[in-house]
Design a protein around this ligand. Structure first.
Ligand SMILES: NC(=O)C1=CN([C@@H]2O[C@H](COP(=O)(O)OP(=O)(O)OC[C@H]3O[C@@H](n4cnc5c(N)ncnc54)[C@H](OP(=O)(O)O)[C@@H]3O)[C@@H](O)[C@H]2O)C=CC1
Ligand SMILES: CC(C)(CO)C(=O)C(=O)O
Length: 322
């Protein structure tokens, strides 16, 4: 299986770099300064193993790839960039290839299924950062991450098992699951707090706001009849595979939404995280005022050009509940 990593950022960069270092054939699709940097100098991967430099083929768009039957395509862009990526894949002639949604949220799989028949969900448990072009950092040891993998909407197949093997070569523990979306809904609950961290700054207490966002979401999932599995700190696989690691010269600035604000990326994923709960709440008649305010807050922070940590807890509480 050749691995096409579409979106070389924090997750895509660690995956592409680690699997290439593990001897797997990898092609990256990147853009902007990341593309320039990887093409010019390869990628630097910082982790508990030290600093490693790796080269792999990297292109700017799918139509620069001569797709082969053994290709697997990993989507590693944020949810707001998925539709454009799927359209570019289809325009490049992709049809039957397995598409693995290595992304937070639960909307990517359904969107991908409009375009392609062979879609897989992947729950990504892997703290990673991309702050500078050409450089990414993995903050977990002994494995860089734990992934659940399975066919969407359910089941599993040989492609899932082949991806788990490729991930193992890249120091990521992959678990094939017949009900991967239950794991992805469990992860979605965790990601409702991304916007709180982005607004307050990493390491700042958000009081009871996360529990309140989550309570709204759990009521919504229950009303919608959607099962979820907890993949948070109580998941024993985290204990075994994912201890957080302190690295010389690489500070963990926070989760993916915090990084988007820190990098001035121009968009955040909140509409696919808290916004998913609003959507389901509206479909199933469950009010979601806090998650709704969270989506509006993220849009306002972006519009105001705010970086991470723009608000203190009182200000945040007022914006979400006042
Ligand atoms: N970072 C983390 O620790 C974790 C992230 N996740 C999830 O993983 C997914 C990826 O997040 P993350 O890696 O942090 O995001 P990043 O923004 O770091 O990486 C995504 C990359 O994809 C690029 N990209 C987007 N669209 C295209 C395109 N059409 N062509 C080429 N490149 C493209 C982006 O470019 P540009 O920078 O120009 O936008 C960016 O470099 C998200 O769903 C996130 O929620 C899950 C667990 C942990
Ligand atoms: C759980 C968390 C916040 C960190 O891995 C994450 O999934 C993200 O960064 O989006």
């Amino acid at each position: 299986m050749r691995i096409i990593v579409y979106g070389v950022g924090a997750i895509g960069g660690v995956l592409a770099g680690a699997m290439a270092l593990g001897g797997r054939e990898v092609v990256g699709i990147a853009r902007g300064r990341m593309l320039e940097a990887v093409r010019a100098n390869g990628l630097t991967l910082n982790s508990h193993r030290g600093t490693e430099h790796v080269r792999f083929d990297c292109v700017g768009a799918p139509d620069e790839i001569d797709f082969r039957p053994d290709d697997a395509i990993l989507l590693t862009m944020k949810g707001q960039d998925t539709t454009a990526a799927l359209e570019a894949l289809r325009a490049a002639g992709v049809r039957e290839h397995p598409i693995f949604c290595c992304q937070n949220g639960v909307a990517n799989e359904r969107t991908a299924l409009r375009y392609f028949p062979n879609v897989h969900g992947v729950t990504v448990m892997m703290p990673a950062t991309y702050l500078e072009p050409g450089e990414v950092t993995a903050f977990s040891q002994p494995r860089f991450g734990v992934y659940d993998i399975g066919r969407f909407p359910e089941g599993s197949d040989a492609d899932d098992r082949a991806l788990a093997e490729a991930l193992a070569a890249g120091n990521v523990a992959g678990f094939v699951q017949d009900d991967v979306m239950a794991s992805k809904y469990g992860k979605l609950l965790m990601n409702l707090g991304n916007i709180l961290e982005a607004a307050l700054g990493t390491g700042v207490s958000s009081g009871d706001l996360y529990q309140r966002l989550r309570a709204e979401a759990e009521a919504v999932l229950q009303a919608a009849g959607i099962p979820f599995r907890d993949v948070g700190s109580s998941d024993p696989r985290r204990q075994e595979n994912m201890q957080s690691t302190k690295l010389d010269g690489a500070r963990y600035v926070g989760g993916s939404t915090t990084q988007s604000l820190t990098r001035g990326a121009g968009s955040v994923e909140t509409d696919y995280l808290n916004g998913e709960i609003c959507l389901l709440g509206r479909l199933h008649g469950v009010p979601t005022p806090l998650n709704s305010r969270a989506t509006i807050l993220s849009a306002e922070l972006l519009a105001a050009g705010e970086g991470a940590g723009a608000l203190d807890l009182d200000a945040l509480e007022a914006r979400l509940t006042g």
